[in-house]
Design a protein around this ligand. Structure first.
Ligand code: S3P
Length: 433
């Protein structure tokens, strides 16, 4: 799909499931591959990012069947059972796949090269090269950008590492390398980031998970195959949380959405803006909390987003910026410089895009101010960023005219079926090939 035309939508209604969580899907595939025995994963995200992880592990000798209708079976090869890939591993658009696999491959006895698409080849890798090198790994990337070349080493050692930025990808890369290290590994974080890796390592090693700082991984752990059900992705749900809040008369329920506390700050931020979101039927599956989210439309107000919530809503700022653009008053976002290192520079992309739709927004090094108003019609370049594309598709539905969003192909990396799901709720979305 190259473009979406999004036009004024009347009330949204209905019950839907969003696709499986992207972060959890990557981790389930990786840990399943290096566990002993079979793992069965249900509700896996069949997006291109996760399929890149599946393809990379297949290329290293892991037998994987599926995914079919969200189910995937993996015959785990054990910690030391991966084999040398014959060519470079293409991680497509996925920073998570590249950074986490780099940790997994840092201690292997064979070389590997990780590459990706034009966007991924612009993203910073020094953040993982530094700690993995301290662990004894031999890896590098010209100018700190992919391709990332990993050479075999005779062994890794555990380290204690203070994360210099709030990044679950860096933390996870170190923890996965730590599985191969001699001696324990500890990662200290000043801001808690998504904790799916540590929860899932606990599940695969039969330990009970405890929240902690530092986050520790012992050496010589044994992972056993698991059955995992992946919760719905709150980052995908965020687009409908905002759309239903903004389209008058809406009443929708998003079923089975993951609400891990390190991911759910979007709910707190929308609640501070006055949104009407109810959490129903909360329960736990495969070590992760999930629930149904009922959203009814509500006039929103601008807020100063508390800095303490930023890291745990980092992927939801494109959607939140659209909410802020329709709210009464000013929304100020700060402490969010990491947004510049995503699939696009999301601070610049949102400020420029909102401007094209008649919304005043001011760019800061680590955030933006958005002055609420009324969208006018316009054309947006998503910059090949899936979340920018979906955010502006939502803006188009909460508009009295229409918005054309170009370069929407990468929506398939995280949310195949976005247009169909949105239309099922009543969003006025048309795909153009
Ligand atoms: C992710 C961590 C976040 C997030 C990304 C997925 C993960 O990236 O933006 O979409 O699965 O660990 P950073 O670790 O770079 O903040």
């Amino acid at each position: 799909m190259s473009s979406i035309i999004a036009s004024e939508s009347s009330r949204l209604e209905g019950f839907i499931e969003v696709p499986g969580d992207k972060s959890i899907s990557h981790r389930a595939v990786m840990l399943g591959a290096i566990a002993v025995g079979e793992s069965k994963i249900q509700h896996l995200l069949e997006g291109e990012d996760v399929l890149a992880t599946v393809a990379a592990l297949r290329a290293m000798g892991v037998e994987i069947s599926g995914p079919r209708g969200g189910s995937l079976e993996i015959k785990g090869v054990g910690l030391n059972g991966l084999t040398k890939p014959v060519s470079a591993l293409d991680m497509g658009n996925s920073g998570t796949a590249m950074r986490l696999l780099a940790g997994l491959l840092a201690g292997q006895a064979f070389p590997a090269t990780l590459t990706g698409d034009a966007s991924l080849r612009q993203r910073p890798m020094e953040r993982i090269i530094t700690p993995l090198t301290q662990m004894g790994a031999d890896l590098g990337a010209t100018g700190g950008k992919p391709p990332l070349v990993i050479n075999p080493v005779s062994g890794l050692k555990g380290i204690s590492y203070q994360l210099p930025m709030a990044s679950a990808q860096v933390k996870s890369s170190i923890l996965l390398a730590g599985l191969y290290a001699k001696g324990g590994t500890q990662v200290y974080e000043s801001t808690p980031t998504r904790d799916h890796t540590e929860r899932m390592i606990a599940g695969f090693t039969g330990q009970s998970w405890e929240q902690g700082n530092p986050i520790c991984v012992a050496s010589g752990l044994m992972l056993n195959g698991q059955e995992i059900t992946v919760p719905g992705d709150i980052s995908s749900a965020a687009f409908f949380l905002v759309a239903a809040s903004l389209c008058p008369g809406s009443d929708i329920t998003l079923c089975g959405v993951g609400i891990n506390p390190t991911r759910a700050a979007v709910l707190e931020i929308l609640n501070l803006m006055g949104a009407n979101i109810k959490i129903c039927g909360q329960h736990q599956e495969s070590g992760e909390p999930l629930c149904d989210l009922r959203v009814r439309s509500q006039r929103l107000k601008g807020i100063d987003v508390p800095r303490g919530l930023v890291a745990n809503a980092i992927d939801e700022f494109p959607a939140l910026a659209v909410a802020a653009a329709s709210a009464d008053g000013i929304t100020r976002i700060r402490g969010a410089a990491e947004l510049r290192f995503k699939e696009s520079d999301r601070i610049n992309a949102m400020v420029q895009g909102l401007g094209k739709l008649g919304i005043k927004a001011i760019e800061y090094e680590d955030g933006m101010d958005i002055i609420g108003g009324r969208f006018r019609s316009g054309t947006i370049d998503s910059r090949g960023d899936h979340r920018i594309a979906m955010a502006f598709a939502v803006a188009g539905c909460c508009n009295s005219g229409s918005v054309v969003v170009n370069d929407c192909r990468n929506i398939a990396t995280s949310f195949p079926g976005f247009v169909e799901t949105g239309c099922a709720l009543g969003m006025n979305l048309v795909e153009k090939l």
